[in-house]
Design a protein around this ligand. Sequence first.
Ligand code: C2E
Ligand code: MG
Ligand code: MG
Length: 582
Amino acid sequence: MADRILLIDDDPAIHRLAAVLLRGLGVELHSASDAGEADVIMRSLRPDLILLDFDLPGEPGLDFLQRIRGEAQLAEIPVIFVTASIGDEVIRQCFAAGASDYIQKPLRRHELLARVSVTLERNRMLEKLQTIARRDALTGLANRTAIHEQIGAALQRAEGESSYHFAVLFLDCDRFKFINDSLGHDTGDLLLKQMADRLMVNLRRTDIVAGDTGPVTLSRLGGDEFIVLLDRLPEPETAGAIAARLVSVLAEPYLLGQHVITAPVSIGVVCNGPQHATADHMLRDADVAMYEAKARGKNCHVMFDPKMQEAIATRLLLENDLRAAIGTRQIYLVYQPILSIENGRMQAVESLVRWQHPDRGAISPEYFIGVAEDTQLILPLGDWILDEACRQFREWEQMPGVRAPDYISVNVSPAQLRAPGYNRRVAEILDRHGMQPRNLQLEVTESMLMQSSGDETAVLAELRATGVRTALDDFGTGYSSLSCLHQFPFDVLKIDRSFISELHSERKEFIALVHAIISLAHNLGMECVAEGIETREQIAMLLTVDCTLGQGYLLGPPERVPAALGAVAAHAEHSARVAAAG
Ligand code: C2E
Ligand code: MG
Ligand code: MG
């Protein structure tokens, strides 16, 4: 396409001359005799270069240039001043106002051609550079800078046009890290390219679901995150339909070299609204919705709702409070006995952490352990819990009048097992309290095994080799099949309370299921503990299927000092002694 030059000058002779002189250059020349006329032309054709009379009557050339430099659409157009009065001061003013060059009147052919071609060429180079700076090198899609600009422009448009809707989709691959780590970066890159292609192909067919939508922009934000900008939607709901289709299309398997893999995505969707002042706001809300999609089980899309933002804000506040609370009295342990359901003898206690928040009251460990796991706070918190549980165990062991348990069972998160040097820290803590490894049991939940890369179970196996006991917690909730049990290094299997709560006379099939679990565990040399026993009927049924150990509110709730220790009196005495000494 020929370059378009706009010449702005009040002298018709200059226009005629320029048309003749520029003929050989193959450019398209447009003419304006004043700023007003120029404004109209500039907006309809966006010239590649402006030749501007320095001494323009009406709005002077310098003012005109300064004005268009302030307008986003026009700011980048190169401008060459044309002037009869060249002097140092004029040249300084031209460049200070943002001119690319200047040409002296009367126009001479060689000078005009040289200066115009150099400026056009430089402009082409700049545009090429800008295209490169707006592309993602791996996929060829728009990059972060480009999508930011486009969302910004869409927001600006929405401000003036109430019927204009657009949406931003935030896509994140659910298993990218795993694929990248296990199959290598080349395969990871290949996957990203194939995802980009698949998205492209499907977004081109957007009209099928969306009716008459505007252009779609696809970009990669970095890593495995993609952004889709759906422009000119007939109504906001359309975005959800498109997101749902992308989720299903991306869930289909990929062929990557030798490997057939699946790499589903989670998508957060946000539609523009008055609360969005900047592109960052929209991207942040789309990101929040994407996290919500992950939390709802991944491989799905979620529309942003402002309540999600509140939940995140609360979580952030809580994270700060938790950081400050570790090591203070706000956080403490309670202990629930694990008893023989045949004779009531206490075998062990399980430590359960509690957080009494000064303003919010008691916060469930199921919630704050999650916060701690997401933020690595689980490492200092987990160390504190283990240390405190061991200290308490030793205190009971040494306290006269207390029937101490055989061992104490402490819950451990997978993040702790993954942290370097966990085994060494366990050994140090045991040492510090002069405790035998067989007096400690570590519990990990069955769902952990699902997400485990194998490293965590290796760490547990090493600990077990030193004599520490291990238990598989909440068995039955993590879908790990009974046939895999023998691969894992556990002494104890804890049957989740969701099974135990079904043990009543009307649900005969559950007793058969629990029986099968217990037989298999016993065959593999594991002990079984029934969790969450609340009724005598459950105990009676458990005894018929050889379950001997149980835990639950009926047998003893979690307490600071479990009644089963027979230790209340001893504790009162101990506390009195500590108080007197302090
Ligand atoms: P869990 O390890 O399976 O602990 C048993 C949970 O069941 C405890 O809830 C306990 O209070 C509750 N429970 C005990 N008996 C009964 C009963 O008869 N009926 C019912 N409905 N519930 C019963 P809690 O204390 O709220 O802990 C919830 C989960 O939080 C724990 O499940 C464990 O996964 C996690 N957790 C607790 N303390 C810690 C800790 O120190 N570290 C880690 N990593 N996780 C912990
Ligand atoms: Mg437990
Ligand atoms: Mg449990």
